[in-house]
Write a protein that binds this ligand. Structure first.
Ligand code: FES
Length: 186
């Protein structure tokens, strides 16, 4: 019995050794064609606006017009860019010639601005009370009319004793809003 078992085992071992090893199936090499990448049209980015860094001039809103608030602006030179008068524009004791417009496109109404040592802003009409010339000369202490030599105190708008003008300049309240200055008028 033990022998028969041995034979069977041996023969099956023989049969197994006779089996040819199955060849490893050759892998089909499929050449992948490269997928063409779609051409993307790159739009040239627009060149930066050279004026983009400048603070845009906000136009007064309807509520501001209703309440008689007009944005104060100024211009550097006669043909320079128009800029908004910001709170930081004037240090204490400084003066500035500015203007406002009741509506966009309307006449520019000249205004004389001064910042007091307390930090408060003052605005005066630039129309001389002597004979109505426009005052263009602005210093930290005085507003001077070139027509006949009237000189007004920038803190009060009162003309000096030697001035031909005898009445002070009309004063307007100034309102600071979101960093910009507005003139309050009737
Ligand atoms: Fe200004 Fe005469 S109009 S001094």
């Amino acid at each position: 019995m033990a022998l028969a078992l041995t034979w069977i085992t041996g023969s099956s071992a023989f049969a197994a050794s006779k089996k040819k090893p199955s060849p490893t199936p050759k892998k089909k090499v499929v050449e992948k064609k490269p997928t063409p990448t779609p051409k993307t049209s790159v739009k040239p980015s627009p060149s930066p606006d050279p004026t983009a860094s400048e603070k845009p001039t906000p136009s007064p809103s309807a509520s501001e017009k209703q309440s008689g608030l007009s944005l104060l602006q100024y211009q550097e030179g006669d043909s320079g860019p128009v800029k908004t008068v910001g709170e930081e524009q004037l240090s204490s004791g400084e003066s500035l010639r500015a203007f406002y417009q009741v509506s966009s496109g309307s006449a520019k109404i000249p205004i004389l601005l001064h910042r007091k040592s307390t930090g408060d802003f003052l605005a005066f009409t630039a129309v001389c009370t002597h004979q109505g010339c426009i005052i263009n000369d602005v210093t930290p202490k005085t507003f001077d009319c070139a027509c006949h030599g009237s000189s007004y105190d920038s803190n009060t708008g009162v003309p000096s004793a030697l001035s031909p003008a005898k009445r002070p300049l009309t004063q307007y309240p100034v309102v600071a809003k979101n960093g910009s200055l507005f003139l309050q008028h009737a």
